[in-house]
Design a protein around this ligand. Structure first.
Ligand code: FES
Ligand code: MG
Length: 579
């Protein structure tokens, strides 16, 4: 610890981080004078200051309950004797962030980190929900180092289309697929569009938002039961109040984030990711958060954990239910109890108790049909498998629980698309030379390629195959896919094509072998041929002249490092997780 850090931890409330310019007394005098412009009394100011991150935005209906949450957090803070101070940061919504939300995640993490450092506060409640916001907030808080609680906005309610229950966004994809295949008409497409997002809140299936909510609780970053209450429920508001009160106690106890985000906590998060059939995106986010703490996620260990961690949570897209059902079934407590023998129970949580203590203190279990028993899983292994081979020397992943059993052992002819534009131009062409046995390969949608590693890895079924009733085909890319998507889809091929990974050199007609059983993804050409191609067609990495794009392209890391900027990761990597 440096002497500067030491000084910061002894100063609290409004005295924190005072700029002195030689006269600290005057700085505090000025600070108080300005905050009093908002009508505060001296007694209000003389208590622990709890920051509350407001990520409300008209562009972000996933955070549409922000005003109620902030009010409840403030109530909790005040009941516990603290002073609540809400402030804005960037907000990112999946559908309103071009070129892709992932491009902006690191920017949001920097905004979060620097505002936590700059403004005087003793602890912070971070309110986020939509896919990139929770990882960005945890990354920022991990680097800033103060006591921090994650407050999730909560899932949206499900809607009803002609009496069938629907929710974003697995059903968005399903209905769009039906429309493309000519199974529903324009009018029905518009009708279902009204029902897919039935309220404010995050996507109601086990997509990235729900996955990160569950992972936040598994990491010990939320109060117990903080992951699952839907956005519009009283339970969600109570969680907000509790989070505010808890933050005050964390400030008093000095329960900083480094005591929570330990290697054990990340191991618990990896277990939970596998058991919930969670989004593949969470691997990237976990790697990024861990990287801020000086830890590396061991992908091969994750794969091995999958042998002993079945998918237990029956939510779409791996199963049948929605987040509100998971909440009714007891939420994460029910799951954690089932996973207990596999968890690191000594991991500390924001409640000041360990995960094991929280599980033991929870109300007794009851009959429900969303969280399965160990001996009756949804899927016998973990949801995600890690692949290696000459096509992905740095690894690739597949969500095996959402893939087609028959296609998981498959050899086929490559049908190659050079980038997203090439794909858009040709995928629906009646002239596209493609059969159901082929393997679609999409290049240049990795961290630098697109840029921002968009969720374009869910390559659509070519129109002519879709019309013939084909529902799945093997697809490979260096991109990501939405946690709400399904199919036999190989993702995160590392290194990506744009930095000269082998993927860049795949040609139409090459043979590719996918064997999930053997954890293999191979391009069936010789090493000599691959080297020859690389020499003949060297890859020129993308660059930019200025601005955030330049920062991004100059410093972004590959998927295995979380697609974080290299300079934002901890200065020293001290270990791997699991240990
Ligand atoms: Fe925000 Fe799905 S779009 S959680
Ligand atoms: Mg998503």
């Amino acid at each position: 610890m440096t002497s500067k850090d030491k000084k910061q931890t002894t100063e609290t409330g409004l005295r924190k981080g005072l700029t002195s310019y030689g006269d600290k007394g005057f700085s505090l005098f000025l600070r108080k004078a300005f905050i009093k412009g908002a009508g505060y009394t001296n007694s209000a100011l003389d208590r622990p200051v709890i920051g509350i991150i407001n990520t409300g935005s008209a562009y972000n209906p996933c955070h549409g309950n922000m005003p109620q949450l902030i009010e409840a957090v403030k109530r909790g803070v005040m009941l516990a004797g603290g002073l609540p101070m809400d402030f804005p940061t960037i907000s990112i919504h999946e559908s309103f962030a071009a070129p892709t939300s992932m491009y902006l995640r690191n920017l949001m993490s920097m905004d979060t980190e620097e505002m936590l450092r700059a403004q005087p506060m003793d602890a912070v409640v971070m309110i986020g929900g939509c896919d990139k916001t929770v990882p960005a907030q945890m990354m920022g808080a991990a680097s800033a180092g103060l006591p921090a609680i994650q407050l999730i906005t909560g899932s949206m309610l499900t809607g009803s289309h002609r009496s069938e229950r629907v929710g974003a966004c697995t059903d968005c994809r399903r209905y769009w697929g039906k429309f493309r295949a000519g199974e529903i008409d324009e009018a029905e497409k518009d009708e279902v569009n009204d029902q897919l997002v039935a309220s404010v809140g995050t996507c109601s299936v086990m997509g990235t938002a729900s996955t990160m909510a569950c992972i936040s609780e598994a990491l010990g970053m939320t109060v117990t039961g903080g992951a699952t209450p839907p956005a519009v429920t009283a339970d969600r508001i109570r969680v907000a109040e509790e989070s505010g009160a808890r933050a005050v106690q964390m400030a008093k106890d000095g329960l900083t984030i480094d005591k929570i985000l330990t290697a054990d906590a990340f191991e618990n998060a990896m277990r939970v990711l596998l058991a919930i059939g969670g989004s593949t995106n969470a691997i990237v986010h976990l790697a990024a958060i861990a990287g801020r703490m000086g830890l590396e996620i061991d992908l091969d260990a994750l794969d091995k954990m999958g042998d002993e961690t079945p998918v237990l949570v029956d939510l779409k897209p791996s199963g049948d239910h929605y987040m509100e059902n998971f909440h009714d079934a007891g939420g994460m407590t029910t799951l954690l109890r089932e996973l207990k023998p596999l968890l690191k129970l000594d991991a500390m949580t924001v409640t000041g108790r360990t995960l094991g203590e929280e599980i033991d203190a929870a109300p007794p279990s009851f009959k429900q049909d969303v969280v399965r028993k160990f001996d009756n899983p949804i899927y016998p292994r973990g949801s995600i498998a890690v692949l290696h081979g000459n096509l992905a020397p740095g690894g690739a992943i597949i969500k095996q629980s959402a893939a087609n059993e028959k296609l998981m052992e498959h050899e086929g002819r490559a049908v190659v698309f050079e980038n997203s534009e090439d794909l858009a131009n040709r995928i629906d062409s009646p002239d596209l030379d493609v059969t159901v046995d082929d393997i679609l390969v999409l290049k240049n949608i990795g961290p630098k390629g697109a840029p921002g590693m968009p969720e374009a890895g869910y390559i659509p079924i070519p129109m002519k195959l879709a019309r013939a009733g084909v529902k799945d085909i093997v697809r490979i890319s260096d991109g990501r896919m939405s946690g709400t998507a399904f199919g036999t889809i190989v993702l995160h091929v590392t290194p990506e094509a744009a930095v000269g990974g082998p993927l860049a050199h795949v040609k139409n007609g090459d043979r590719i072998r996918l064997s999930v059983k053997n954890r293999e993804i191979s391009l069936l050409i010789t090493d000599e041929e691959l080297a020859k191609r690389a020499q003949e067609n060297p890859v020129i990495e993308p660059t930019a002249e200025r601005g955030y794009l330049k920062l991004f392209l100059d410093t972004v890391t590959q998927a295995d490092k979380g697609v974080d900027f290299d300079f934002l990761r901890a200065a020293k990597i001290v270990g791997k997780t699991p240990k």
